[in-house]
Design a protein around this ligand. Structure first.
Ligand code: ATP
Length: 269
């Protein structure tokens, strides 16, 4: 039987405002999330028992057992499958690799099994509900409120400097956990000036954990990005460019200057 394939796009937090913390410890977020045309690929085949093979250029270090979110997603769906996870995204990088992979497994299993996933996507991770939508959305609550929004297509360079930033330490380092939510999205035009006024509240504490994030943000600005910011809890940052050609040219130059960094041009929508 041919496997059912699904794309697991990188998730980029264009904004990430931390607006509070619940009594149970979960943080309240207000985030504008978009998805890239770069990502992982999952292939799912019905099987008699769970199997997971991790392949691709970023497979190293990614768990190939029940610790992997792909495996957990298949278990939550409730049917054994053989999964091939072709890894292109850096792990623990703030671009939702595991969450997007889990959402892609659910999508592939829905197609392969001909039934809807009736489980609880949020239980797999705060980013899994938005990754199931896989298009521009405002995400709030602890990740369970996902509202599709329209944003202009953006041309970006994504950079990960190869440093894993521990998410709990970043949240612990927040100077304040009750920050203002995002401003209302502009109806038409003026998107970049609006975006520039918004924030990723996790950027300052992540910079303390991994000062190299400051080098990445400077490199993106120096390469001509109109705006550069960190995604998620880091360390991946995005820079926004005028058009696809400018992003591709900047990505080539940045990769040449820093061969050890993961650098890619991407279209965000
Ligand atoms: P987010 O943007 O939501 O913060 P992230 O990019 O920080 O996500 P992941 O890429 O999901 O986080 O990786 C976090 C950890 O989860 C890794 O260190 C890895 O051990 C584990 N993991 C579980 N499943 C996967 C997966 N499918 N791909 C990568 N890592 C996974």
């Amino acid at each position: 039987m041919a496997p059912t394939e699904a794309f697991a796009p990188a998730k980029i937090n264009l904004t990430l405002h931390v607006t509070g913390q619940r009594a149970d410890g979960y943080h309240l977020l207000d985030s504008l999330v978009v998805f890239a045309d770069v990502g992982d690929v999952v292939r799912v085949t019905p099987a008699s028992e769970m199997l997971l093979q991790v392949t691709g250029p970023r497979a190293s270090g990614v768990p190939d057992d029940a610790r992997n979110l792909c495996w957990k997603a298949a278990e939550a769906f409730g049917a054994p499958v053989a999964i091939e996870l072709e890894k292109h995204l850096p792990a623990a990088a703030g671009i939702g690799g595991g969450s997007s992979d889990a959402a892609a497994v659910l999508r592939a299993m829905e197609a392969a099994m001909g039934r809807r996933f009736e489980g609880h996507a949020l239980a797999l991770g705060a980013d899994v509900p938005v990754c199931r939508l896989a298009r521009a959305a405002r995400m709030s609550g602890i990740g369970e409120i996902v509202e599709p929004v329209t944003v202009p297509v953006l041309h970006a360079v994504l950079i990960n400097p190869g440093v894993e930033v521990p998410t709990p330490a970043v949240f612990r380092g927040l100077a304040s956990k009750t920050n203002a939510p995002m401003d209302v999205l502009p109806e038409k035009g003026a998107f970049l000036p609006w975006l520039a006024e918004q924030r990723n509240d996790l950027e300052p504490p992540a910079l303390v954990q991994a000062p190299v994030i400051g080098d990445v943000l400077s490199a993106l600005s120096d390469a001509g990005a109109a705006l550069s910011r960190m995604s998620g809890s880091g360390a991946t940052c995005f820079g926004l460019f005028e058009d696809a050609a400018a992003a591709e040219q900047a990505a080539r130059r940045l990769q040449q200057a820093q061969p050890g960094w993961w650098v890619t041009a991407a279209r965000l929508s």
